[in-house]
Ligand binder design. Structure first.
Ligand SMILES: [Zn+2]
Length: 326
């Protein structure tokens, strides 16, 4: 899998540079970005075997893997396909994925186009395990009509949606492992409580930030459910799409720079899974700062402040609140 390069390529960078020269915009931005783009970590290349008495379950994304571990607890072995910082919009299945799917008792996918590659894995594996599309039952934000005909796939960014998603996981686990019913219900209640606490903490972080200062510009449109939940206005994104596979036109970038200035936006936020090069150029042109490393489409590596869903959401909220207050 190639990331951080092909889709976001040199051609675009040159377009932007040309645009900047044409506009005679001085490089006056206070560019504080120091973080290197996330490097690709290894994918699951070996087939997993569940320890005795454990239910082998499979989850596509890092968020779903974390949810499944929290709800399944010590009764399950979770095989999570994507590694931390992997871009779910771009994944090439491996042979081990098919072996794992064949052995799994239940499979969880996000749906809505984020992990359609799972369908290929399931077909190749001959798996007969139930496949739970976790997006069912979620009230969707509209798609942008280009890549996301089903609706905005970044459903996990709302804590309310997360509660529905983990409930669906608990329900499926109870079906494949009825003896664990009381256990899974207990795990679910406990995690629901943690999600409630998370929402309270995030609200407390944003409370000192006036709503009119909560203006978000990111690399791609990953945070719609989060911004809806916490009264944040999306001014625009570098890649004007719900998928990061698209590329902005010079006109779109020009429009974004204008919007950033008109809305008095102080910071552009970049995401861990996406190259920040064009964002940096736009930030320079608009004279605003870059805040790196929102967790958009993937959890972070173990030990990072985004290595669980709960930590990832809190980290994003802290970064955004600090950026809005610049
Ligand atoms: Zn995305």
């Amino acid at each position: 899998m190639i990331r951080n390069s092909s889709k976001y390529g040199k051609k675009l960078a040159w377009l932007v540079i040309g645009l900047l020269l044409a506009l005679s915009l001085a490089a006056c931005g206070d560019n504080t970005n120091t973080a290197a783009p996330a490097t690709h970590t290894t994918s699951a290349t070996t087939a997993a075997t569940a320890p005795a008495n454990k239910i082998l379950i499979m989850a596509t994304t890092t968020q779903l893997g974390d949810f499944a571990r929290n709800i399944g607890g010590n009764r399950v072995q979770v095989v999570q396909i994507l590694r931390p910082d992997d871009d779910p919009h771009d994944y090439d299945p491996t042979a081990a994925d098919s072996k794992n799917a064949a052995a799994a008792k239940v499979i969880f996918k996000n749906g809505l186009g984020v992990d359609d590659w799972m369908d290929k894995i399931i077909a190749n594996s001959g798996s007969k395990a139930p496949v739970i599309d976790i997006s069912e039952g979620i009230k969707l934000r509209a798609g942008n009509g280009k890549e996301d005909k089903h609706g905005d796939p970044h459903i996990w960014h709302s804590t309310a949606n997360a509660k529905i998603m983990v409930a669906a996981i608990a329900k499926a686990l109870i079906q494949v492992d009825p003896d664990g019913k009381d256990y899974y219900q207990g795990q679910l209640a406990s995690y629901h409580k943690q999600l409630d606490d998370l929402k309270t903490q995030i609200n407390q972080l944003f409370a000192p930030v006036p709503v009119e200062k909560r203006k978000l510009v990111t690399n791609h449109e990953a945070f719609g459910y989060f911004t809806d939940e916490f009264q944040i206005t999306v001014v625009g994104s570098i890649i004007p799409s719900l998928s990061d596979a698209a590329q902005p036109t010079p006109q779109e970038i020009n429009e974004l720079i204008k919007n950033i200035k008109e809305n008095n936006v102080k910071v552009i936020f970049t995401e861990t899974t996406i190259n920040s090069k064009v964002a940096e150029q736009v930030a320079q042109a608009a004279g605003v700062k870059i805040f790196s490393n929102l967790y958009g489409d993937a959890l972070g590596a173990p030990g990072s402040d985004g290595d669980t869903y709960l930590k990832m959401q809190l980290s994003n909220a802290k970064n955004m609140a600090a950026g809005f207050n610049q």
